[in-house]
Design a protein around this ligand. Sequence first.
Ligand code: NDP
Ligand code: BG6
Length: 457
Amino acid sequence: MKTVLILSLLCGLVLTTNQISFVILGASGDLAKRKIYPSLLRLYIDGELPEKFNVIGYARSSLTDEDVKAKIEPFIDEQDKDSPFFDHLKYIQGSYDKSSDFENLNKKLLEIEGDQPSNRIFYLSLPPNVTADPSKGFNRIVIEKPFGRDLKTFHSLSKSLNSSFTDEETYRIDHFVGKEVVQNIYATRFANPTFSRAWDSESIENIQIIFKEKIDLEGRGGYFDEYGMIRDVMQNHLMQILAMVTMDEPSSNSNIVQEKIKLLKRVKLSEQDVVAAQYQGYNTDSSVKKGTTTETFGAIVAHVENDRWKNVPIYMKAGKALDEKVLQVIVKFKSTSTLFADAPGQELVFRIQPQESIYLNTVSKVAGISNKLNKVLMKHSYEKDLPDAYVRLLRDVMGGDKTNFITEEEINVCWQVFDNLLHNLDNVKGTIAQYEKGSSGPSEEIALANKYNIDLL
Ligand code: NDP
Ligand code: BG6
């Protein structure tokens, strides 16, 4: 694997200045157009950016400033398309492995910034095999998951980053953590005794963490085909959610990471409890390797080996080109009544996206003379449009707040949990289970869910 790309840039963060330059490396890519530029636009509209700001896109593709704007337009509101924000955008072409290109970037940045000193934030909107090899330090760098491809590549990525940036300067982003409903997991769990007292194997039958996308590869084979769905989403995003849903209550905010790590260290996966599959037609996409067996769907049953979670299966699933777009956590409670032995257990659902809400499926008597039971919903809906997670997280980077970013140790433990399983999957040559595009997933997943008596919602 290629090690780290060059970011031989520049200057320190000058806290007294009001000017800020965002440098987006990988500006031609999917994440940049879909999330980073639109989130910066949102911060601009909300008055969160200083008067003097520059957004410099950098990548190898030959693009004009107008091309970049055209790429962003499908992901922003119609009325914002003529925003003065776009006057602050500039695209610079260059490679990731030539210091002369970075010198050129630096020169252009200095021209754009003028005489006034500028804070700089470098956003690596790039796959992890393209990294940095800086010669002079600069102060805030944002890097995307997956942090490496496995434990070993994570360590070399860390070594390389740590030789140039302090931990304080490095922001490891996991945007699922910045999603509003995910941010509400702690409050729901710990500030409501009804839940906090029943949050264990005595009361909970299973937990499901489900991420389904309707979109397929959409030309992202250059990145995705090397990683696959388990590395792309499960080892990082879903593991963060798993930790937030199952960890012990921290005594204070400063203990959150410690509790997360303690929990993550107890997570165990078994090769018998994995389904990996590919949607039909994936391997005909021109951006993927010929004969690729990269998975676009993964389902795994995890267990947390501690007293609290003994024998509680945690079902994680992530897939592309499925029948619906949804991200949700379902906490299925046991049915404990003898009087109402047939009553279905309650479910607490964190509906993270779309239609963000948190709801509890409870059981109630049908009104009238009947003694039958039916399900009644208690629901907290978010009634306003919620900003994208990147808006919150980019604001945190500007403010130097690392609360919602991921520590090196958490990533290390998550790779330890997944490393063997992923290597074994990599080594399975030949075929991979298939599923139809637009379906709910491969039939193999039903057998896995049934093995643990999990009713998939
Ligand atoms: P892309 O495949 O769109 O890649 C981004 C850019 O990186 C490309 O435009 C290309 O720029 C450059 N690039 C891609 N592959 C290579 C390669 N093999 N060698 C050198 N340069 C390459 O990926 P995304 O933007 O989707 O993802 C980037 C990172 O962001 C990944 O780590 C991903 O996990 C993460 N991410 C993505 C999200 C999304 O919604 N897309 C959401 C959250 C995280 P050029 O060729 O012009 O230099
Ligand atoms: C990214 C993955 O981390 O998350 C993508 O790399 C995926 O493959 C994306 O599409 C989903 O994020 P969201 O917030 O749009 O659901």
